[in-house]
Design a protein. Structure first.
Length: 259
């Protein structure tokens, strides 16, 4: 039995029950499973060469909590190799509102810059964990700048109590999860987006309950389940392939609508 199966726990919503955080076993297995993710990436990298090709659209990558642009280097390399124009977020380490501003104004300014640099083409946002939550908030506030949102293990669809890391969030960002501003931002992120949205999630995530990382398949929203831990989810070959297939799917649908 592999590590994903060993630490998996059901993330199904139980009627009337509050979603619970992952087990402590899953939490403590996160770092060892990162090593396996890196090994899987090294073994499977060449096999990703047959992933769908891109269309040179602009893509901005948003790192997870306590991570910066360096953590997204593999995804940058992969997407550029598939034919996308990728941009770094250039806001330092992701410390939530400490990095993006209380009204996410710094992130909006960065996306506006990418939008202008790309000749006015809307930007696809790909965010890991907290980066995905911030991507959804910006997409609501500036839909004129955003083409599509892809989130990876982003707990936007449920309470912080269904994670094992909410205290880390408070310490690093300076926000209390119970504060009105933090609750309002999470509620905004959870609202259906006015553009295509894909949530990549795992029921064996050791940091956050997978059930609060997606809204299911609905309208322009799509959920893709993968077998992964939380740390390094964006390094998993199956996740990289899922992203390439998602962007290709959006291109196909856009082309059909244009015709």
């Amino acid at each position: 039995m592999d590590g994903d199966a060993m630490v998996a726990r059901s993330d199904e919503h139980v009627s009337g029950a509050e979603p619970q955080p992952p087990s402590r076993a899953a939490y403590y297995a996160e770092l060892p499973r990162l090593a396996s993710a890196l090994g899987e990436l090294a073994f499977s990298w060449r096999g990703l060469s047959d992933a769908p090709r891109g269309d040179m659209r602009p893509v901005l990558l948003l790192p997870g909590l306590a991570n910066g642009d360096a953590s997204m280097a593999v995804m940058h390399r992969f997407l550029r190799g598939r034919g996308y124009r990728t941009w770094r977020w250039r806001l330092g380490v992701n410390l939530g509102v400490r990095s993006v501003g209380r009204d996410v104004e710094r992130l909006i300014a960065r996306i506006a810059h990418v939008h202008a640099a790309a000749g006015g083409e809307k930007v696809t946002l790909i965010g890991v964990s907290l980066g995905g939550i911030l991507a959804r908030v910006v997409a609501h506030r500036r839909p004129d700048l955003v083409r599509e949102v892809v989130t990876l293990s982003s707990p936007y669809a449920g309470p912080p109590s269904a994670t094992n890391v909410w205290r880390h969030f408070e310490w690093l960002t300076g926000q209390k999860v119970g504060d009105a501003a933090a609750r309002a931002m999470l509620a905004e992120a959870a609202m259906p987006l006015p553009m295509p949205a894909t949530s990549i999630w795992s029921r064996s995530d050791g940091f956050v309950n997978g059930a609060i990382c997606h809204e299911g398949d609905r309208g322009d929203a799509r959920a893709i389940e993968v077998a992964s831990n939380h740390i390094g989810v964006h390094l998993r070959p199956q996740v990289l392939r899922a992203i390439a297939e998602t962007l290709a799917r959006d291109r196909s649908q856009s082309g059909s609508l244009a015709r």
